[in-house]
Every structure is written in C-alpha cells, then in structure tokens.
Design a protein around this ligand. Structure first.
Ligand code: ADP
Ligand code: MG
Length: 296
C-alpha cells in the first residue's frame, strides 16, 4: 500500500446499497478503496499492522457496538476514522446528543431524565402530557412511545423497568412537539448542509423505516444554520440531522445519525449524497497525508 492517491478503507458489516454507492463514488474520485468486512477482522490495539496503510477509514458498519469498538481501537492506533469515535458516541446516545446540543446553544426539545421508576414518572409529569419516552440508544423509531396520561406513563415505565435491559432504566422523556405531520432530515457533509428531505406520515412516528414518505425539501438559511451547528456540536464529519418543527419555537434538532442511510434521498433531492461524502473523505485523507499520517 504505497504510491500516489489517497487510500481509503470502507469498513462494513453488510454491503447495502449505501456502501456500494460509496465505493463507486470513492473510486470515481480517484481513491484506492478497499472494502473491509469488520466481522472478519482481529484487531491488535498495540499494532496498526495493515491499517497504517490507509489514510482514512470510512466506517459504515450497521452495528453500533461493533463500529464503536473498531473505531476506538483504530483511533488509538493513530488512524483517522470517519466518523470519529466521539461523534459516534454522541450521536448514538440521545442523552449525550441532548447535552451536546444544549451546550452549543442549538434549539432542541425540552428533556427530563429520571433513573428510577419514581423519578421516571416524575420526569414525565414535569414535561406534561403528551410526553415522549424513548430509549437513549435506538433507531428506526423502535420503542419511541407517546404517553397521553399518567396511566400510560406508569405502564410504559413499568414495562421498561421490568422487561428491559439495564439501559432501559434510564427514562429519557421529551416534550411532544406538535409537528405538522412530518419531520425534516438534513444531510450535512464536511460542515455543510447539502440536502434535505421531509418525512411525512399519518402516524406521529415519521421514520421511513416505519413507512413515512420522503420528499425533497429546499434548504432554508435557518435549516442550514441549525443543522451545521448541530453537527459541529457533536464533532461529526458526516451526519443526518433530524428536526421537528415546533409551531411556537420553529425547528428544533431532535437527533443526529452518524451512519446515515441515504439511498432513497438521492433521487428525491437530486443531490449526489455519496459523491459529497466521497469528496469530503478524500479531503480528510489529503489533510492526513499533509501532516505525515497523523489524524487531521
Ligand atoms: N418529541 C417528539 N415530538 C414529536 N414527534 C417525535 C418526538 N420524538 C420523536 N418523534 C417522532 O418519532 C420519530 C422517531 O423518533 P427518534 O427520536 O428520531 O428515534 P429513532 O432514533 O428511533 O429514529 C421521529 O422521526 C419523529 O417523527
Ligand atoms: Mg430518528
């Protein structure tokens, strides 16, 4: 692994359409890109071995736990990863995201947290009804619950406390944002908002994984600014920012996704999202090279 041209490893656990599009885009931009199945790797945290031959590792593994393990080791070995471990840690944890957004002054829904059944219920009551209770780690809308009264809150909390993993014992409660039947997703690459979609559904949970329809959306200066600040707050190179439009306070940043799916957003928006990701990854690779292999 020597000679000219940036060298990129694309780390995956499943080669979905997204990963194939990224491989093609990286190659089209002139990178030498090697797909690496994370499940086949044995890492030595003391020895970079072949990993030293890559300028950047683009992490696209589906499993958050595996992703984080690998990226932590690679960063420890001095390998620049997209996204960095700090960004993955923050984006994958809704509470960590809330903390980062609050610290950065980015508007986000009001949250209360309790770590026992009793304080969990008090957190819901402090928010008022309807409230939204969700696991701090999760995706695709799973276990996101809207509770309309105290009976429902007690039931959700008891179920989580009894049936859930210890992680479900942290009750993360959000105000319910009375959004107009949709939420907004902004794709941010290299600090720049490049595309946006609206995800609309008759159901209040508007994940496309749950059947919501996506349409392209024009990026307003406000959406751009909020999304770029949100991504900066979590330290991500690439992320999708989800916003809820509050009738009173305007768009609020709900969460960020560090390893976003985008296959259905390319035609919808007319934006070559994998091309943007590839070009930014190569920019990072150039910076790594310019400083002699030290992560930039
Ligand atoms: N506080 C809220 N107010 C209104 N709708 C919400 C709220 N939280 C979540 N939703 C809806 O539920 C969906 C899933 O919630 P989200 O926090 O994004 O969890 P996930 O990580 O599972 O996607 C959102 O896209 C949105 O449509
Ligand atoms: Mg979401």
């Amino acid at each position: 692994m020597s000679g000219p041209g940036p060298r990129i490893a694309l780390m995956y656990t499943r080669l979905r359409t997204e990963e194939r599009l990224l491989l093609d885009a990286l190659e089209a931009e002139g990178a030498r890109v090697i797909p690496i199945d994370l499940r086949e790797v044995v890492f030595d945290p003391a020895d970079p071995g072949d990993w030293a031959g890559y300028d950047v590792v683009l992490d696209r593994s589906v499993s958050l736990t595996c992703s984080l393990a690998a990226v932590r080791i690679l960063e420890g070995l001095g390998v620049r990863c997209v996204n960095p471990a700090r960004a993955i840690e923050t984006c994958s944890d809704k509470l960590a995201t809330t903390i980062a957004l609050i610290r950065a002054g980015v508007p986000t829904p009001v949250v209360r947290v309790g770590v026992s059944d009793r304080s969990g219920l008090e957190a819901v009551e402090a928010i008022g009804y309807p409230a939204v209770v969700k696991p701090t780690v999760g995706s695709w809308g799973r276990l996101v619950a809207r509770v309309n009264d105290r009976d429902a809150a007690e039931a959700v909390i008891e179920h989580r406390a009894t049936l859930g993993s210890p992680q479900q014992g942290v009750f993360y409660v959000q105000e319910h944002v009375d959004k107009p039947g949709r939420d907004i997703r902004v794709f941010v690459v290299g600090g720049e908002a490049v595309a946006a979609i609206a995800r609309s559904s008759a159901h209040w949970v508007t994940n496309t994984a749950r059947g919501a329809a996506a349409t392209g959306l024009d990026l307003t200066p406000e959406l751009r600014d909020l999304s770029e600040r949100a991504v900066d707050a979590v330290g991500a190179d690439v992320a999708a920012v989800d916003l809820l439009e509050c009738p009173r306070r305007g768009p609020l940043v709900n969460e960020l996704n560090h390893s976003m799916e985008f296959r259905n957003s390319i035609d919808t928006t007319g934006v070559d999202i994998p091309g943007f990701v590839a070009r930014h990854t190569l920019r990072i690779a150039e910076r790594v090279r310019a400083v002699g292999g030290v992560p930039a």
